[in-house]
Write a protein that binds this ligand. Sequence first.
Ligand SMILES: Nc1ccn([C@@H]2O[C@H](COP(=O)(O)OP(=O)(O)OP(=O)(O)O)[C@@H](O)[C@H]2O)c(=O)n1
Ligand SMILES: [Mg+2]
Length: 404
Amino acid sequence: MRIETLPEEFVKAQPIIDTIEAAGYEAYYVGGSVRDTLLGLPIHDVDIATSAYPEEVKSLFKRTVDTGIEHGTVMILDHGTGYETTTFRTESGYQDYRRPDSVKFVRSLKEDLNRRDFTINALALKTDGSIIDYFDGLKDLKAHRIRAVGDPEKRFNEDALRMMRAVRFASQLNFVIDPETVAGIKHHGGLLTKIAVERIHVEFVKMLLGQWPAMGLDVFMETGLYQYCPDFKPYQAQFNQLRTELKSGMSNETAVWTLLAAAFNLSSKQVNQLLKDWKSANQLIEDVQVAVKAVHGIATHSVDAWLVYQTGNELLSIANEVAQKLGQSSYETAALLDQYGALQIHSKKALAITGQDLMAAGIKPGPQLGRALNFLERQVVEGQLDNQNKTLLEAAINYLNEKA
Ligand SMILES: Nc1ccn([C@@H]2O[C@H](COP(=O)(O)OP(=O)(O)OP(=O)(O)O)[C@@H](O)[C@H]2O)c(=O)n1
Ligand SMILES: [Mg+2]
C-alpha cells in the first residue's frame, strides 16, 4: 500500500526525517495524521517515531525542546513548526492505569507500534508514501472498525483512558468498535475512575463534537462507561434519549454542556456543580448557565434576557442549536431569542433617565415617581420606547398626566 501524493504537512516535515535517516537511524510518520490521511481527512499535527534515542535526536538538530523527554519525546523546531519526535519504545508497569512506570527505548518499529492502542493508530508512513502495517490496521480502516492492538484487556489495563478514546473515535469517524474490544471496555469500565477528570473531559467533549455522536454514545451507554464519569450515573434515560435523537455532533464545547444541562433538566446550581466536577473553566460554567436558561425559555425576566443578549449572538445561537437538537420547537426558542435582540436595557440603572431628571422636570418625589420609572423600564425592555432621555421624559409626563 502506498499513498501517491502526501499532504503538504508531511512534505514540509520531510527534511526532519531525511536528517535522521542520513545519520543512520529510522524515522516514520505515525499516529493520527497517518490514520486521517488514509481516510481522506484533514490532519492537524504530524508525529514522528524514530529509532534514534532522545540524546541522538537532539544532537542532530539546532533547536529542540524536551517536551516529554522521559517518554522519549523531543520537539524539533523547524521554520516555526514544532514536530514531536518520539523514540521507539515499549512500556511496562502501568500500576496506576494511566502512565507506564517505565518505558524502555528500543530500536524496532514493530515493538513501538505494538504498544499502541488501536490498529488504525498503529500504522507507520514512510516519506515515499508507503505504509507499514503489522497489525492489520489497513483492513480495519477499510472495514471502519476500531480494534485494540493485541489483547484489549491488556490495552485498557495499561491506560484506561483508551476506553474513552475508542468511543470518541467511533463518533469522529463513524466506525464500529470490534466486539472483543467492546467486551474489554465492559470489563474494565470501572478503571476510568482512576483517570484524571481533565483527560476524560477532553475525550468526552470530542465524542459529542464528532459528526456521528450516536456511534460513540451507543458504546458509552451499552458498556456502562457513563456510570464511571462524574455525576452521569443518574441520567441513563436522558443519555439513551440523546443517543436516538442526536443525528449530528454539537458545534462547540459550550453547546455540548448546554445540551446535557438542558437534557438533564439541571438548575443553575446543578449546572455549576456538574461543570465544577468536570473541572471546567469558569467562563464555560457561566456561559452554560446562561445558555441553558434560554433553551428552557425561562429567560423571560429582563435580567436573564439581558445576560443572554449581552454575550452577543454566540450564546443565542448555541441555545437555538440545543433546542433544535432536543426537538424543543414548542419552546419557541427562536421567537424568544428574537425578542432578546430587541432589548435595550436590563434594569432601571440602564435607563437613559434618572429620578433626578424627573424631579428636575417638576415631578414630585414619592410613590408616583417610582411608578413612572417602573413604567419606563417595562416599556424600554419590551421595545415600546427608545432608551433616550427626551423620549423617556415625555413618556413619563404623559403617563403621570393620564394617571392623574
Ligand atoms: N492512550 C493512548 C494515546 C495515544 N496512543 C498512541 O499515540 C498516538 C498519538 O496520540 P494522540 O495524538 O493522543 O491521538 P491521535 O490518534 O493522534 O488522535 P488525534 O487526531 O485526536 O490527535 C495514537 O495514534 C496512538 O498510536 C496510544 O497508544 N494510547
Ligand atoms: Mg494526534
